[in-house]
Design a protein around this ligand. Structure first.
Ligand code: UDP
Length: 358
């Protein structure tokens, strides 16, 4: 019987994924200890999410960030191991695909503590992505694999997970739980539409932060050139990730519009709900666009969320300026029925906690 969970978090998307699961753990009387690795540390990349979403305060803050992948992951493993030896949890819970995910899973499994991976089974089939490496390795050493989609289940089946000593469970997507739960609060609390004066102009919501785009001048310039072109027709709202900010400076990329600082989750929900459509390389935002019935143009060469593409809600354009512009024209006129259940309709957190209690 699981009584004590230790959760390892560190990056913005993980705070959003964990919020509803943490609440459910507490509702079901399970004790949760949170370790924040510090991978994301700015107030607007971390603190604001804990405050707005009422995520329990981490007991441990490791403050590990701004290092190369190897150094960051290594130091995290070392520190998490020390904590696990003191806390002795029944299970370690990790989310998604960051260095914090892999570090938590490795530290736990080597101490023979079972790992539960939320967002298991996702694959881009592109091993050049650091996230893909983190996902594959975390999945392989997890005891509970909570898959958000049928495609995630299929991926694990294809990799032979049926033969491994683990439970593969389709839980649905915890990000949909968050979108549904916080929608009303966002309506009440966020003032971003008024403060950015977005009531009248049509605007596009854009984000860029994947390493394959931020660290490649050609790709980043192509995407920005497309956004510069689109800024003649639409207002561009680009909450800028710290990594992208650095690349703009380093690679001397010129924007014809003013990006904004990263925003909290409530503001983000309002920005999604009121935009014309989304252009992004984010994993989470591709789905959130769908949750709020908006089309998404994805500036990557592949996606883990293939069901969005198969159903016509998302289109993959790479970092190709002309493709971005031609899809923007098509998407602006497109009308689809978004009422289809691809992600479990808000029951994922409950499914996860109930499975842990079985
Ligand atoms: N997000 C946010 N504020 C921002 C940009 C993104 O709250 O300024 C949210 C977004 O809505 C989504 C999550 O952060 O829930 C996605 O994180 P990110 O794009 O950094 O990571 P990915 O999903 O690609 O792993």
């Amino acid at each position: 019987m699981i009584k004590k969970v230790l959760t390892v978090l560190g990056a913005r998307p993980q705070f959003i994924k964990a919020a509803n699961v943490s609440r459910k753990l507490s509702e079901y009387g399970i004790n949760e200890t949170i370790v924040h690795t510090g991978q994301h540390f700015d107030n607007n990349m971390s603190k604001i999410f804990f405050e707005e979403m009422d995520i329990p305060k981490p007991k441990y803050n490791l403050d590990i960030h701004s290092l190369s992948h190897g150094a960051m992951t290594g130091r995290m493993i070392e520190e998490i191991e020390k904590i696990l030896k003191v806390e002795l949890p029944d299970i370690v819970l990790v989310y998604g695909d960051t260095n914090s995910t892999l570090a938590g899973a490795l530290a736990a499994q080597k101490l023979d503590i079972p790992v539960a991976h939320v967002e298991a089974g996702l694959r881009s089939f592109n091993l050049k992505m650091p996230e893909e490496v983190n996902r594959i390795l975390t999945d392989r050493i997890s005891s509970y694999l909570f898959c958000p989609t049928d495609n995630a289940l299929k991926n694990l089946k294809n990799e032979g997970f049926e033969n491994f000593p683990c439970s593969v469970i389709k839980s649905g997507d915890v990000m949909q739980d968050a979108a549904l739960y916080y929608d009303k609060k966002a309506n009440e609390k966020s003032k971003i539409i008024e403060s950015l004066n977005l009531n009248h102009p049509k605007y596009l919501l854009c984000t860029i932060h994947r390493q394959e785009n931020t660290d490649n001048k050609n790709r980043l310039s192509n995407i920005i050139n497309a956004l510069n072109e689109l800024s003649k027709e639409y207002k561009i709202v680009l909450p800028i990730h710290p990594r992208t900010q650095n690349s703009f400076k380093k690679l001397l990329i010129q924007l014809d519009f003013e990006p904004i600082n990263p925003v909290g989750y409530f503001d983000m929900i309002q920005l999604i709900k009121n935009c014309e459509f989304v252009i992004t390389d984010s994993g989470g935002l591709q789905k959130e666009a769908f949750f709020f019935k908006k089309y998404c143009i994805t500036t990557r060469d592949e996606t883990e969320w293939v069901e969005l593409v198969e159903n016509g809600f998302n289109v993959i354009v790479g970092a190709d300026k002309e493709k971005i512009l031609s899809e923007a024209k098509l998407v602006a006129k497109k009308i689809s029925n978004f009422n289809i259940d691809l992600y479990g309709n808000g029951k994922a957190s409950e499914n996860i906690v109930k499975s842990l209690l079985l």
